[in-house]
Design a protein around this ligand. Structure first.
Ligand code: FES
Ligand SMILES: [Fe+2]
Length: 376
């Protein structure tokens, strides 16, 4: 057997991550802590808590979380647990008119997590007790940051500031630092895969498979039209030089404002480690949150975004649906290989394989990043 240290070698000599990191359930606890909880992981999309008072409970790798939009329009994430007897606070998404009220003894928290009411806690009709100090009994906040409408969380609270960790990527895409508009119901879909989550990231990072897995796509965005993207800090992916939106007919989406000519034809697809896939084009963008469910199942939550409120409204519904359908075809084409790589890893003598030093630097970069964090 080879060691995970082999993944840290230069690409020419490196092995991929050991199969145990994919097929052995007992590895998931270490991965949960070192890869997901110590870093900025993608949790959900901001538009799913659209208005002040919107609440969204999410189970993230076994941790009950609650995403809340407050009266100021800011998004906060809390552990979804009442500070009294530990009741799970909210069990379905919705829009609250009042405070977040526990279903058990009706302790109530405002949208910033402050404990506001403890009915009858000191006896009938006595709503306070000296031993219960509301200022110390607010909801437990999870460090969060919203960027490109993705809500990121750092559960262990120990990562560097989001903007520090992602400075290079934010600089690279600064022209896209402008409002984006979720297409909504017609522009979102989720795919379930029987695989390990890391293999979905692997596959997204490289364009090597285009001619074999996406023959149709490869007729207009060919393997030779792609370039690698190698972030120094926590991201990698690929770009194309021939993006040319055409969904049949003359109609096109409005472009993002003020883009330089580079983006007339370029589009980029970047994996933000550990679990987010992003795409930008002059006229639309997407996020795919990879949600692991244990070591052998994952969801890809796809959301498409547009450049104006108008492009996200009724008038463009048909065009948006065509765009979503096109992407769905591409992402579905990938399922077979992402699942097949998982099945292959049960072969006892598979040794992590090799990376093409020419075609797969971004995938190697992802393996390298995972190995670094697992060994920390
Ligand atoms: S457990 Fe929430 S009020 Fe008692
Ligand atoms: Fe693909």
């Amino acid at each position: 057997m080879f060691a995970i240290e082999d993944t840290l070698k230069p690409i020419e000599e490196a092995r991929g991550l050991p199969s145990q990191l994919y097929i052995n359930e007992s590895m998931t606890e270490t991965e949960r802590q070192r890869v997901f909880f110590d870093n900025w992981s993608a949790l959900t999309n901001g538009y799913r808590v659209a208005e002040p008072g919107s609440v969204l409970p999410i189970d993230f790798l076994g941790v009950p979380l609650l995403v809340v939009r407050n009266q100021q329009g800011e998004i906060n994430v809390f552990q979804n647990v009442c500070r009294h007897r530990g009741m799970k606070l909210v069990d379905k998404p919705g829009k609250l008119k009042g405070p977040i009220t526990c279903p058990y003894h009706a302790w109530a928290y405002d949208l910033n997590g402050k404990l506001k009411a403890t009915p009858h806690v000191g006896g009938p009709d006595i709503h306070h007790h000296d031993e219960i100090d509301p200022s110390r009994m607010g909801l437990i906040e999870v460090r969060s940051h919203c960027w490109r409408d993705v809500v990121f969380i750092n559960i262990n609270g120990n990562a560097e500031a989001f903007e520090t960790v992602n400075a290079e990527l934010m600089e690279r895409w600064k022209e896209f630092e402008q409002p984006i508009y979720a297409g909504g119901e017609d522009s979102r879909f989720s795919l379930e895969l029987k695989s390990n989550w890391k293999l979905a990231i692997d596959n997204f990072c490289e364009s090597y498979h285009l001619p074999f897995v996406h023959p149709e796509l490869n007729t207009y965005s060919k393997i030779e039209d792609h370039y690698h993207i190698m972030g120094e800090s926590g991201f990698a992916g690929q770009g194309t030089m021939v993006y040319n939106p055409s969904l049949g007919g003359d109609r096109v989406f409005p472009d993002f404002a003020g883009l330089s000519s580079h983006w007339d034809k370029a589009a980029e697809y970047i994996a933000v480690f550990p679990n987010l896939l992003l795409g930008v084009h002059r006229d639309h963008a997407f996020s795919i949150i990879i949600e692991p469910r244990g070591h052998d199942r994952l969801y890809e939550h796809v959301e498409l975004y547009y450049a104006s409120a108008e492009a996200a409204d009724k008038d463009f519904a048909e065009l948006r649906a065509s765009n979503a359908a096109l992407w769905k075809v591409v992402f579905k084409e990938d399922i077979g290989v992402v699942e097949g790589m998982f099945e292959g890893r049960f072969a006892p003598d598979y040794d992590g394989g090799k990376f093409s030093p020419v075609m797969e630097p971004p995938t190697w970069r992802f393996h390298h990043w995972i190995a670094q964090h697992m060994l920390k």
